[in-house]
Design a protein around this ligand. Sequence first.
Ligand SMILES: Cc1cc2nc3c(=O)[nH]c(=O)nc-3n(C[C@H](O)[C@H](O)[C@H](O)COP(=O)(O)OP(=O)(O)OC[C@H]3O[C@@H](n4cnc5c(N)ncnc54)[C@H](O)[C@@H]3O)c2cc1C
Length: 417
Amino acid sequence: MALNRRHFLSVGLAGTALLQAPMLLAQTVFHVVVVGGGAGGATVARLLASSGVRVSLVEPNPKYHTCFLSNLFLGGLRDHQGFVFGYEALVAAGVTLVQSRVVGVDRDVKSVSLDTGEVLAYDRLVLAPGIDFREGAVPGWSLADAQRMPHAYKEQDQTQLLRDQIDAMPRGGTFAMLAPPNPYRCPPAPYERISMIAHRLERTNPTAKILIFDPKDKFTKQTLFENAWGKYYNGMITWFGPDFGADAVEVRPDAMEVIVDGDVQAVDVCNVIPAQIAGAVAHLAGVTDETGWAPVDAFSLRSKLDPLVSVIGDSASQGDMPKSAFAANSHAHAAASAILAEMVGNAAPPPSYANACWSLLAPNDAVKITETFHATAEKIVSDEIYISAPNEPAETRRATAEEGLAWYEGITADIFG
Ligand SMILES: Cc1cc2nc3c(=O)[nH]c(=O)nc-3n(C[C@H](O)[C@H](O)[C@H](O)COP(=O)(O)OP(=O)(O)OC[C@H]3O[C@@H](n4cnc5c(N)ncnc54)[C@H](O)[C@@H]3O)c2cc1C
């Protein structure tokens, strides 16, 4: 791997990284292990390897299927093949890909153990395992029931299953979603999903009903979603908040029933999106707290419980940033800068954090929320928020939809090379 100054400039360390021969040597022997090859982990692995750092990326799956844009697959607006990415460019950049699952972390000896029995020693560990579900969050439902009542919030086979179930619904049947409590991955995603499912059912099963049971009394871009549901989907969608008992819903997967406030509702499809916590490996590593998430320093994404471990993406408890692919990629840039700066003995440049989420309401009609942030000693703090206005002209909505697709192309190129 050729080491040169350009590599450092490419991650924004211009003027801060004064490289000398011993430092260069340190880079090649210093070993960073990254756990999880998703939006956060693949980005940080690629950035570090491109700067000459020895990086091992541990990821059990040979390909990554993006959750982002998977709602368009449910709506029939995008083919699944467009969501699949390999790690070839990362390997070409110098990343050692280890196709396994981390099953143990020993922070005292600085090593991770793999499901193959192998042990990998690290100098710095970056955890980017995404989310897991809080056990017992929905009475009557456990992961074992995900074949009957899919979550479709992680693996692609779950999204495919949900779409197959929707297509097999009887005429005039009922689709139910149990929306998650805060904080959870991609705040607008459940409501974009509802829009896309309604779009599908409008064409295939127009007398079907969609019920949303939500433990939150409000949700992001609510007016924009509700306006669109009224405009496009003709009374098909009904949202129930906690006032209607939707914060204490029980399910019976075998009977395909949802029990709300003592009333039993028979459903044909039930999408259960449970409360979420940091990916299991963050708990194994002992870097999570009582909230179930991993507290991190806002400048560097280093764990507040162990500075040799960084936690990025959805698993991190960092402050005001939502859990999104945009945010995970943003964390990865900051974490890579902090690790590189530490290796060369310099202060890291101030991180720059942003997020944007586009939501498709119907074909060619999208809205967005964008936000900038800055780091403080306590947490990442929100600066400015922009949300699409209600009643925007159709051309604006079409342009926003195109912008969302362009973002997808750009971010997947930045993540996977
Ligand atoms: C329906 C839906 C729509 C969405 N839409 C958007 C959107 O429009 N825009 C947006 O920005 N975000 C969106 N998101 C959110 C986005 O997908 C996540 O926020 C993002 O993927 C988080 O990145 P991450 O790196 O933290 O986790 P992930 O991308 O989930 O990656 C985690 C990786 O870690 C691996 N892993 C887990 N445990 C281990 C282990 N023990 N050992 C090794 N590897 C492990 C997993 O296999 C996985 O590949 C959406 C999510 C959903 C569900």
